[in-house]
Design a binder for this molecule. Structure first.
Ligand SMILES: O=C(O)CCC(=O)C(=O)O
Ligand SMILES: [Fe+2]
Length: 280
């Protein structure tokens, strides 16, 4: 009993948050990868014209689907979450034309960041590439509009459990030993809410076990997080949020009328000292 209770008291890890307006730099991205920054919030990082066109393309996409994996939301693209590698990479291949079509004739800002980071890492002798298997390779991003009701449209979770517990046929589990960086571009945001809430806590395997979320990292209860300080990152369309996905985070409730919230999401991290993998 005693030890159980101890393991259920979340340890506090400080948040290092950098917020500014402008363009994201590869050097800052690498600081997140190295665990020096917990969250990087770049305001007005891409134009509202691009943001609006991506949003319009998402809404009319023939590839728009309802998630059926217990996390409420609509999406275009593929998620490795709770999928074996064969399923994920096959879905990624099928969805690629729909993901590409989100950007129409635009210069894709996610691809722009991927390419810049690839060049920067290459100078340091590090390869950046999409995760892959015999059945295909990951897409550059997936687009998601969360639709949970109540306090959170996306419940508090971490992004590491799903990587650590990815099956053997994935290249990904090695990345869970390092920072799992979660990259989010926001083409559309509601009038109110929809902010990214980041708790000062990086769960361990034992923490996850105690909460019954060992393989998913989702969702952490309000009771578990009660004593943990948090910060809200206030987002607007055109912003980028890059976080250490090992910290518990979630998306706050949003106004239900008006603009919907849309995120372009990708994950990346070191699989080896000379290899960074990128997936969705
Ligand atoms: O939508 C967001 O701001 C965060 C998304 C997220 O945490 C995830 O996809 O794991
Ligand atoms: Fe997440």
């Amino acid at each position: 009993m005693e030890t159980n209770q101890v393991s259920q008291t979340p340890a506090i890890s400080p948040l290092v948050i950098r917020e500014r307006t402008g363009s994201i730099s590869a050097a800052e991205v690498i600081s997140v990868l190295k665990g020096e920054i917990t969250a990087l919030h770049i305001k007005q990082a891409f134009s509202t014209e691009i943001a609006d066109e991506i949003t319009a393309n998402f809404i009319r996409s023939p590839g728009l689907k309802e998630r059926n994996d217990g996390v409420p939301g609509q999406y275009v693209g593929a998620s490795h979450y709770r999928n074996d590698a064969a399923t994920y990479f096959a879905e990624a291949e099928t969805a690629r034309p729909d993901v590409d079509a989100l950007f129409g004739n635009l210069v894709d800002p996610v691809r722009g960041l991927f390419d810049a980071l690839k060049r920067q890492l290459h100078k340091q002798g590090i390869e950046l590439r999409l995760a892959r298997s015999d059945s295909g390779q990951a897409n550059i991003c997936r687009a998601v509009s969360w639709s949970g009701g109540g306090t959170y449209v996306l419940q508090p979770h971490d992004d590491v459990a799903q990587v650590l517990c990815a099956e053997n046929d994935y290249e990904l589990p090695a990345v869970a030993q390092n920072t799992v960086a979660a990259l989010n571009f926001y083409p559309s945001m509601p009038e109110e809410g929809g902010n990214l809430r980041l708790w000062s806590h990086k769960p361990t395997v034992n923490d996850r076990k105690s909460q019954g979320v060992e393989t998913t990292g989702y969702p952490y209860s309000a009771a578990y997080l009660e004593t943990v300080p948090y910060r809200d990152i206030q987002l607007r369309a055109g912003d980028i949020g890059l976080i250490d996905g090992g910290f518990v985070h979630g998306v706050t409730g949003q106004s239900s009328n008006g603009r919907r919230r849309l995120v372009l999401n990708s994950f990346f991290g070191f699989a080896r000292p000379d290899l960074v993998l990128w997936w969705t």
